[in-house]
Design a protein around this ligand. Structure first.
Ligand SMILES: C[S@@+](CC[C@H](N)C(=O)[O-])C[C@H]1O[C@@H](n2cnc3c(N)ncnc32)[C@H](O)[C@@H]1O
Length: 777
C-alpha cells in the first residue's frame, strides 16, 4: 500500500489535500485512472485475489507447512522449550486443513491433543481441557479407541484436578495408569462455566460409559443437581446477566452547530446506563491481529482457535469462530453440532475467507467499509456486484466510516493478567502493586454502531462510553436534566490536553472543528495546563505561551454571568470570557489584564517568555535523563514503557533521584503550579520511590500529582479514579488507614463510570475493595 502511495504525483496529492466535498467524484476518478495505468497496482490486486492454495494467496491452508510445524513443536516439547512448542502447535493449527490426515489420524485433532498435553505440562488445565474437547469433536471416535485403553491420551481425575498424562505424538511422560473419565471433569468444568447443555451432554455420556451401578448413581445425582441449579438461573439469560437493558428515553434533535445530536427526554440520574448496542460492523486493528480475538476483540487466551478454512483470523472460542465465520461444516464428523450460533449479525469473516487476505493488508477503514457494504446488501437481500458500485459511492462511504466509526478500546494493566490466578491476592504486596496499577487505554478495533453514531462529541462530556466484548455501553457521568444534550468524548478531554491540541486532534482524526463548551468557552484547565507561573513570587497567576493565548482569545466571548463567584469549578465555567476566568479562578483584582503571551493573567506582570522557555527546556532535559520523560507527554506513550529504561536497576534509580528532584524543583519555580507536566513528573517520582521501596516520599509525590490532576480534570473524573488506585496502594503498603477513604472515593468514581462492570474493566478495584473490607473488620 505504501509503495502505491509513493507513486502518486505531488500535484495529485496536493489536489487531494486541498479538495472539497464537491471534488470527490472527479478526484476519485483521477486516482482510479492513475492506478489503472500502474503495473504495481495490477500486481497488488492479483496478489490480493490470488488463489488460497498458491503461495501468493498466503491465507490458504498448507498441510506440508503444518506437518513441519507439528514436528518442530514435538521436538521443542521434548526438549522442554514449552513456549516455542506452543507457538509451533498454534501456528500448525492455523495452517492444517480440517480434513488432512496423517498416519491415519486427523491432523487438526492430533494438533489439538498435542497442545492439550503441552498445556497440562504448563499448568494450564482449562486450556488443556478445551483443546481435548476440540479434538474429541473433530474425531469423536477417539474416546472409544484411545481414551479408554489409554494408549493415546490419558486423562486422570485426581481430587477434581485434571491431568493429561500422555498424548499421541509426544513421548509419554508420566502416565498415571488412569481411570479415564474424560467426560466427568469436562462436564463439571462446563457446569462451572455455565455451559448447561454441554455439561448435561458430558455427564450423560459418562453415565452410559460407567460400568458400575454405584458410579452411575453418583453421576445421576450430579445431573439432578445441575438441573436444579439451571432452573434457578434459567430466568436470566446469559446475555443479560452482565448488561442491564436501559429504559431511558432518548431523542435525536437538530443542533445549531453540530448537526443532529442526542438529548434526554427526562432528567437522568448520574451513573445511569442510557444505551447498549451491538456493532453493525467491526474490524480488528492490525497491531492486535495476533493478540486479540478477531470477533469479540477480547485478549486471546493461550488456546487460540484459527479459522477452519483459512490461516488468517484467530478466535478466543468456538463461539466467536462460528459467529465470525458462519456455521462449521467438517466432512464425516458431527463437529459443530453442539454449537448453535445465534447469528443475529452477518458473519463478517465468512465473506472474506478463502482466498483474499485483504483484511490483513488494507487499511482498517477500508475493511470496515467492505463489511458495511456486504451486510447492507445481505440484509436487503440484494447481491449487487461490488465492483459495479460507483467509485464516488465508495469514497463517500469511506469518508463516512472515518467520521462515524468508533474506536473499540480495552483498558490494559499488568494487574489484569494476574488477577485470575487464585493465589495472587495472598502473595500480593502493595508496594509492587502500585507499579502494576498503571493503566492505559489500548485501541483494539474500529466499529460502526448505528444509533450511537448520533451522539456528538464534547471535551467536557456528560456520558462515558466503554465496551464489554463488542457491546458498546453509554453511561451518564453526571445528572443530566431533561432536554440537555448527551455528549461523549471521541478522544480528547479537558484536563488531558490543552484546547489547541484537542482541536487539532479532532480536525485531523474526525475532520470537524469542535464547538463543544470546552472548546468554545474559556475554562481554568485550559489556561493552566501548559502555563508558566508569574515572575512575581507573590502572585499565583498564569502566563500563557503564544499558541495557547491565541487559541484562548479565539473562544467566543459571552456575557459575564458568574462574575460574582469567588471560586470556580471547571464545569461551571460557562458564559464567561477569558478575563473573567482569570479574575475569578486566579483571584485577579485589576481591571486591566492582558490575555497575551508573556503577561500574567492575574497581575499583568511581563515575563521574558523566550528565556524562561529555555530554562524549562534544560530542566526537562535533565529530568528526562533520569526518567526519560518528555515535556508534552503524549497519552499514547505508556508511562511504564518510558520508565523501563531508566528504572532498570534499584541502584541507578536511587543514585539519580537527587538530580531528578532538583530538576523538578527548577520546573516548579518556572511552570505554573497546575501545569500538567509537573503532575507527570511527580507521578514518575512516586513510581521511582515505590520501586526502591521508599513509600513515604512515594505517597507525597503521588498526592502532589493528584492535586494537580484534580484541578485539571475535576475531582470525580475517571482519570482521578486511576490515580487514587495508585495512592491507595502506596498507603496500604505503608499500613496507612487513610487508604480506606481513597478506596471509597475511587469506588464511587468507578461505579459512576462503569456501573456494575467496574470490577470487570478494572479487576484491581476488587483487590482494593477486599483490602478495604479487611481493614474495616
Ligand atoms: C458521529 S457524527 C455525530 C452525529 C452528527 N452530528 C450527525 O448529524 O449525524 C460526528 C459528526 O458530528 C459533528 N460533531 C460532533 N461533535 C461535534 C462538536 N463537538 N463540534 C462540532 N461538530 C460536531 C461533526 O460533523 C462530526 O463529523
Amino acid at each position: 500500500m505504501e509503495k502505491l502511495k509513493c507513486v502518486v504525483p505531488e500535484r495529485l496529492k496536493r489536489r487531494v489535500e486541498e479538495s472539497h466535498i464537491d471534488d470527490l467524484p472527479s478526484l476519485s476518478s483521477s486516482l482510479l485512472q492513475l492506478f489503472l495505468s500502474l503495473p504495481q497496482f495490477h500486481q497488488l490486486i492479483s496478489e490480493l485475489a490470488a488463489e488460497p492454495s498458491t503461495q501468493a494467496g498466503l491465507c490458504g491452508k498448507n498441510e506440508g507447512a503444518a506437518l513441519d510445524l507439528k514436528q518442530k513443536g514435538n521436538q521443542c516439547y521434548s526438549s522442554g522449550d514449552h513456549s516455542q512448542a506452543l507457538r509451533c502447535y498454534s501456528q500448525a493449527l492455523r495452517l492444517a486443513p480440517i480434513d488432512a490426515h496423517h498416519t491415519g489420524k486427523n491432523l487438526v485433532a492430533t494438533l489439538y491433543l498435542n497442545r492439550a498435553s503441552l498445556f497440562h505440562k504448563m499448568g494450564l488445565p482449562m486450556e488443556s481441557l478445551r483443546d481435548c474437547s476440540r479434538a474429541l469433536e473433530i474425531s469423536p471416535c477417539y474416546p472409544k479407541e484411545g481414551l479408554y485403553n489409554c494408549s493415546w491420551l490419558g486423562l486422570c481425575v485426581l481430587r477434581h484436578k485434571i491431568y493429561i498424562s500422555c498424548c499421541m505424538d509426544v513421548p509419554p511422560s508420566s502416565c498415571h495408569g488412569c481411570s479415564v473419565k474424560v467426560h466427568i471433569p469436562r462436564g463439571k468444568v462446563n457446569a462451572t462455566l455455565g455451559n448447561y447443555e454441554d455439561s448435561v451432554h458430558d455427564l450423560s455420556v459418562a453415565k452410559d460409559m460407567e460400568p458400575s451401578i454405584g458410579g452411575k448413581k453418583q453421576i445421576e445425582r450430579e445431573l439432578d443437581m445441575l438441573a436444579r441449579h439451571h432452573e434457578k438461573t434459567i430466568a436470566k439469560p446469559a446475555s443479560q446477566k452482565s448488561v442491564e437493558i436501559p429504559e431511558i428515553k432518548l431523542q435525536c434533535v437538530k443542533t445549531p452547530d453540530k448537526g443532529r445530536g442526542m438529548v434526554s427526554q427526562f432528567d437522568i440520574p448520574q451513573a445511569s446506563l442510557i444505551h447498549a448496542e451491538e456493532p453493525y460492523a467491526v474490524v480488528i486493528l492490525k497491531h492486535c491481529r495476533e493478540t486479540h480475538c478477531h470477533y469479540c476483540l477480547n485478549e486471546l487466551p493461550a488456546d487460540t482457535i484459527p479459522c477452519i478454512s483459512c490461516s488468517l483470523p484467530l478466535y478466543c472460542s468456538q463461539h466467536c469462530q462460528v459467529q465470525a465465520g458462519g456455521p462449521i461444516h467438517i466432512p464425516d464428523t458431527t463437529v459443530g453440532s453442539n454449537f448453535k450460533p445465534t447469528l443475529e449479525c452477518i458473519p463478517e469473516h465468512k465473506h472474506e475467507c478463502q482466498g483474499v487476505h485483504w483484511p490483513a493488508i488494507l487499511p482498517s477503514d477500508v475493511v470496515l467499509a467492505g463489511r458495511v457494504v456486504v451486510k447492507t446488501m445481505e440484509q436487503k437481500g440484494q447481491f449487487t456486484d461490488v465492483p459495479n458500485l460507483s467509485e464516488t459511492l465508495i469514497v463517500i462511504l469511506l469518508s463516512q466510516i472515518r467520521v462515524n466509526s468508533i474506536a473499540v478500546v480495552r483498558m490494559r494493566s499488568n494487574t489484569n493478567d494476574s488477577y485470575d490466578q487464585q493465589d495472587w491476592f495472598q502473595n500480593f504486596s502493595f508496594g509492587e502493586a502500585e507499579a502494576a496499577s498503571s493503566v492505559e487505554q489500548v485501541r483494539v478495533g474500529q466499529a460502526l454502531y448505528k444509533a450511537a453514531s448520533l451522539f456528538n462529541h464534547s471535551c467536557l462530556p456528560n456520558i462515558h462510553a466503554y465496551f464489554m466484548s463488542r457491546t458498546l455501553l453509554l453511561r451518564t457521568t453526571e445528572f443530566v436534566s431533561g432536554g440537555c444534550a448527551l455528549e461523549l468524548s471521541y478522544g480528547p478531554q479537558v484536563g488531558q490536553w490543552d484546547c489547541k491540541d484537542r482541536l487539532r486532534f479532532l480536525e485531523e482524526e474526525y475532520f470537524f472543528r469542535c464547538w463543544c463548551c470546552g472548546c468554545s468557552e474559556v475554562n481554568e484547565s485550559d489556561l493552566v495546563i501548559s502555563g508558566f507561573c508569574c515572575v512575581n513570587p507573590n502572585c499565583s497567576g498564569v502566563v500563557l505561551d503564544n499558541l495557547v493565548a491565541n487559541c484562548e482569545k479565539q473562544k467566543p466571548k459571552v456575557p459575564e454571568t458568574i462574575s460574582n463567584k469567588s471560586h470556580l469549578q471547571v464545569h461551571e465555567l460557562k458564559d464567561i470570557d477569558i478575563k473573567k476566568v482569570a479574575q475569578i479562578s486566579l483571584g485577579q483584582t485589576q481591571s486591566s489584564c492582558h490575555v497575551d503571551s508573556g503577561y500574567c493573567l492575574k497581575c499583568g506582570s511581563y515575563c521574558n517568555f523566550a528565556s524562561r522557555s529555555k530554562e524549562v527546556k534544560k530542566a526537562w532535559t535533565d529530568f528526562r535523563r533520569y526518567a526519560r520523560s518528555t515535556y508534552v507527554l503524549p497519552i499514547a506513550c505508556s508511562l511504564l514503557d518510558r520508565l523501563q529504561d531508566s528504572i532498570a536497576s534499584k541502584d541507578t534509580c536511587s543514585t539519580n533521584l537527587p538530580d531528578a528532584l532538583r530538576s523538578l524543583g527548577l520546573l516548579r519555580s518556572i511552570l505554573h503550579a497546575y501545569n500538567k507536566g509537573i503532575a507527570e513528573a511527580e507521578d514518575i517520582l512516586a513510581k521511582a520511590f515505590c520501586f526502591i521501596g521508599d513509600f513515604e516520599p512515594a505517597r507525597d509525590h503521588c498526592k502532589a500529582s493528584i492535586e494537580i490532576l484534580v484541578k485539571l480534570y475535576g475531582p470525580n473524573h475517571i482519570a482521578i479514579g486511576y490515580e487514587l488506585a495508585k495512592l491507595a496502594s502506596i498507603q496500604l503498603a505503608l499500613g496507612d488507614c487513610t487508604a480506606v477513604y481513597n478506596i471509597n472515593r475511587l469506588s464511587a468514581i468507578f461505579s459512576t463510570y462503569y456501573g456494575p462492570h467496574a470490577g470487570i474493566i478494572f479487576p484491581y478495584l476488587l483487590v482494593l475493595e477486599r483490602e478495604r473490607s479487611r481493614i474495616i473488620q
